[in-house]
Write a protein that binds this ligand. Structure first.
Ligand code: 2HG
Ligand code: ZN
Length: 427
């Protein structure tokens, strides 16, 4: 119906009060980079866009915190922290447009969860406007507070259904003085866990990223973006991309991983990035695996989490299901295997819309069941939005689902905050 662009928490509160009075639905919107329909608005809703609330309010060097408005981009917050000699940890490809309010509202994961945890773990305090327009100021700058229920944890990951996050206090980490990455070919996919164990044992908490990339995606990225350089000649089905960050010892640790990996026949080829440009090239390849995955054909999508030791088992079993449904299907996997999360897409190249309508529900049902049987999640870091509502509902226990519905009822009895996202619309 309209796009509201408030410039302060008070304006958000005023806007919400007016909407509440008239029963108008509000869709909070940050950088619009989520991938499951979280900021889609129906005709009877207003979009409340937070991009004018983009101030970096304060960096507390001694306390290691940064206070910001929700509409600041991830990159702006990263840069402000870096300027103060500290690190704002959350990071992913959409850093230039994704906003921190959205990152918290969706509890985004990203490239370095293995090193620093999810966005949730970076939040020390927040402020939110509730469904009746009241402002809750939970802007705490201290780590410890056992004075009751930790309400901020409910708002984190609530996708705008329990309140609109307006300001945030984040924890910052010491900025690493050294950073180094390597990309390698696994001699066999069976050695994936050996590669992870080797990296963990050698680097300890200096291991900040451990990604798996598929060969099809890497070839397509190199073809489509001529500025990207092929890191080495070997073409393989799977590659790992590892990053260490910390003090000067990271270089030695990475060299150790590299040489031990060859000696133990875990890697058959690889490259250590020796310059910032080389390192950037490796990560550009990784980040481009996402835009190029949107082939012009129907597809089914998962954001899988399984116990990290079972990632390969998942990939084999999901592949078997896909081949059983239709041997021509293309499976595409990329992601943060170090923390047990893999983005998994199945493309129906050459299949008509009518065929897709038959194939996709079967794929979704069978692979969702596989993930549930393996004790995992079908949406590990992307959230629910509109895309996963029914699928999540089918897999959650009755108790858990009922508690979620009751919480929403408590925070937003009239169902005006982001209706139809995360949970079905009321009524
Ligand atoms: C990433 O890890 C994103 O690059 C993937 O989370 C997003 O699958 C997507 O569209
Ligand atoms: Zn991801």
């Amino acid at each position: 119906m309209a796009v509201l662009r408030p410039a302060s928490t008070e304006e958000v509160s005023e806007a919400v009060k007016i909407c509440a009075e008239h029963g108008v639905a509000i869709v909070p919107q940050g950088g619009n980079t989520n991938v499951c329909g979280m900021t889609l608005a129906s005709r009877d809703a207003v979009i409340l866009n937070l991009s004018r609330m983009n101030q970096i309010i304060e960096v507390d060097r001694e306390g290691g915190t940064i206070t910001v408005e929700a509409g600041a981009t991830m990159q702006a917050v990263q840069e402000a922290a870096t300027e103060a000699g500290l690190l704002f940890a959350p990071d992913w490809g959409a850093r230039g447009s994704a906003q921190v309010g959205g990152a918290v509202a969706t509890n985004g994961g990203g490239l370095n969860v293995i090193g620093y945890g999810t966005t949730r773990e970076q939040v020390m305090g927040l402020e939110a406007v509730l469904a009746d327009g009241r402002i809750w100021n939970g802007m705490r700058h201290h780590i410890k507070d056992n004075s009751g229920y930790d309400l901020k944890q409910l708002l984190i990951g609530s996708e705008g259904t329990l309140g609109i996050i307006t300001r945030l206090v984040f924890r910052l980490h010491p900025a690493p003085s050294h950073r180094i990455s390597m990309m390698a070919v696994l001699t066999s996919t069976d050695r994936l866990m050996d590669a992870l164990a080797l990296a963990r044992q050698t680097a300890g908490d200096q291991l900040v990223a451990f990604e798996l990339m598929n060969g099809l995606g890497v070839e397509l990225a190199l073809e489509r973006y001529p500025d990207l350089k092929r890191p080495f000649e070997t073409r393989a089905d799977w590659y790992v991309l590892i990053q260490l960050a910390g003090g000067p010892t990271v270089t030695e640790a990475m060299e150790q991983i590299f040489s031990d990996g060859f000696e133990q026949e875990i890697f058959s080829d690889g490259v250590l990035a020796n310059s910032i440009a080389q390192e950037r090239n490796l990560w550009e390849i990784r980040e481009q695996l996402i835009p190029i995955q949107y082939f012009d054909c129907p597809f089914a999508k998962w954001d899988v989490s399984v116990p990290v030791s079972r990632i390969m088992e998942y990939l084999h079993r999901a592949r078997d299901i896909a081949s059983d449904v239709d041997p021509e299907l293309v499976c595409y996997a990329v992601g943060h295997v170090g923390d047990g999360n893999i983005h998994y897409n199945i493309f129906l190249q050459g299949r008509s819309e009518a065929e897709a309508e038959r194939i996709i529900p079967e794929l979704i049902r069978r692979i969702d069941d596989l993930i549930a049987e393996m004790g995992g999640s079908i949406t590990a870091e992307h959230g629910v939005g509109t895309a996963y509502i029914e699928r999540v509902r089918r897999l959650k226990s009755g108790v858990e689902y009922e508690l979620m519905l009751k919480l929403r009822e408590l925070f937003d009895p009239n169902g005006i905050l982001n209706p139809g996202k995360l949970l079905p619309r009321k009524g």
